[in-house]
Design a protein around this ligand. Sequence first.
Ligand SMILES: [Zn+2]
Length: 364
Amino acid sequence: MDKELTRRGFIGCAGGLLASVAFAGCAGNAGGDSAKDGAADDTTNDAAAKGSIDYMALVNKQHALPDDWEANVDLVEEKSLLYDDPVKVERKAYEAYQALKKELADEGTFVELDSCYRSVAQQQEVMDEFTKEYGAEYAKRIVATPGYSEHHTGLALDLFLVIDGEQVYLNEDMMQHPEVWEKVHAKLGDHGFILRYLPERKLITGYSYEPWHIRYIDDPSVAKQIMDDGVTFEEYLNEVPENIAGCKIEYGTSDLYAESDIDATIDTIMQEFNSWDGCKLLRFAYAGDDACGAEELAYVNSLRKEGTDEFGQAIVLVTDFHSPSADKAEGTAWEPDTDYEGYTWHLGRTDADGAWELLTMGYA
Ligand SMILES: [Zn+2]
């Protein structure tokens, strides 16, 4: 592994099933506000020559970084506590972060910067390295597509915690401190930040819950409204695809699978569902541990392609959906304008690190 791959943020991804924070959504942005003294240095000395950026720009798996962004984003940097390379953040976002950090510290809560700005070129390098090391399929699953990461904006910050003087930066460790994150999240809006990847919203944001990934949108009144309403940025901007609008994920309770394991089925299932022209998803639910036992595992293994590795885990999801009106339903298997309930999806994977594969779907 080369040095880039051994960096903490990247390792998290490489080893794990959870798509890392680092690759998930962060990009960089530019501001062009007044320079402030402080820990940060200018990465350019001609901030005034920078253009303006749209602090409300949406960058996600469907919306690419605007073309002129990288030329206009005004980045500042500070020495990283975790990596050799400095952390880069858009100037106004950095100033807002400093104010947030100080206010939190005054109350005994300590945050630091993990991964922030990453250029499209850097993301491409990471993609290339992972492709070389682990193959294209794994790389595409783990690494955000270059150009489609919110970290390109410079407005997305991954925080880590310092608790009793100890740095807490591994995703699974940070997840153990919900009461600390609650204090952090309560102050975001006042400083123009929002929480980007809310719990139970992977259908909408494309990412599982990440308490550490915050996004600067500049206007505190808008940020406070978004935080108070508990909505995603996509919902606020009215950019939720129509075929999933209003659909919530029902995780239920499980001894077999965590929320993230269930989330990991979404991309695979939605790739198929999105091809059903005009169908609207109403419900997306985990079928429960009883449906995912030895019998189901044997079933998905019976559907496995010859010569592929045996599945060690099976999962069943249940969806309700509404079929399209007559013109779009014509030539499909759907009765027009009808609610379909309890439609099941059967997936298998080799182990917790493997990708879910869709074996079959329909009515059992
Ligand atoms: Zn992030």
